[in-house]
Design a protein around this ligand. Structure first.
Ligand SMILES: [Zn+2]
Length: 239
């Protein structure tokens, strides 16, 4: 039994890593074509993984009840595991179901305290690239597919990320990366950052996929591959 269990686990890890490097290989070819201007990410940047929302702010709710804050954290943890495996230094803005508010009585006040704390944590880092993970929601359930927003000097990263996510998760999507506007975190961070809406919780097919471990692993692998490829393009590599 123990040997079987070991083999099962070994096979799982092997498939996960193999799939990741296959995605990397595909993306490298793809990103070379779209790489233009290179961002200045400063000295070897820490990758900040920001899982959006957190109790008591659950974010959006899916058509069959999936909570955005839970999915954001699940994907963030998968991304963190991959980046650590590759030797990159990461910082998670939250690691539990709760937001990181330190004051406030109402949900709205806690939400503001939480966002201010995230910005302070990010801005205290000497060099960082931020990836904020969210899920989209729209009254009309027909919309699906990822959407990337950017802040600061991260337009190329956002474009590459949008094209790679669309290519792998939503083939045929013509969605383009957009400059973030009106999002507190994105307006206040002093490092380059992207906000990734991984998919629409208002679309029942996509909500089902976003809840699945396989789809979450795919998202994490694409995020990791594009982030590290862009960092490598700036001439920096992990210690
Ligand atoms: Zn959100």
């Amino acid at each position: 039994m123990e040997t079987k269990e070991f083999l099962r686990r070994y096979a799982y890890v092997y498939c996960y890593v193999a799939a990741f490097f296959l995605v990397c290989a595909g993306l490298l070819r793809h990103t070379v074509e779209v790489s233009g201007q290179i961002e200045n990410f400063g000295s070897i940047p820490v990758i900040v993984i920001d899982a959006g929302h957190g109790s008591p702010d659950g974010g959006a709710t899916g058509v069959t009840g999936a909570k955005e804050d839970k999915l954001n954290l699940q994907i963030a943890k998968r991304l963190e595991a991959l980046l650590s495996l590759m030797g990159y230094e990461t910082v998670m803005t939250r690691t539990t179901d709760d937001c990181i508010a330190t004051e406030g009585d109402t949900i709205q006040q806690k939400k503001m305290s939480d966002l201010r704390n995230r910005v302070a944590l990010i801005n205290a880092l000497p060099a960082a690239v931020v990836v904020s993970i969210h899920q989209n929601h729209f009254p009309d359930g027909k919309y699906a597919g990822p959407q990337v927003f950017y802040a600061g000097d991260a337009e190329e990263l956002a474009r590459t990320m949008q094209e790679s996510l669309s290519q792998w998760l939503s083939p045929g999507s013509k969605r383009a990366a957009k400059k973030s506007s009106g999002v507190y975190l994105m307006q206040h961070i002093r490092h380059p950052g992207i906000l990734v809406e991984c998919g629409f919780l208002s679309n029942s097919d996509e909500e089902r996929k976003l809840r699945s471990a396989e789809h979450q692993k795919k998202i994490a692998a694409i995020l990791a591959a594009v982030l590290t490829e862009r960092i490598a393009n700036t001439g920096k590599s992990p210690a």
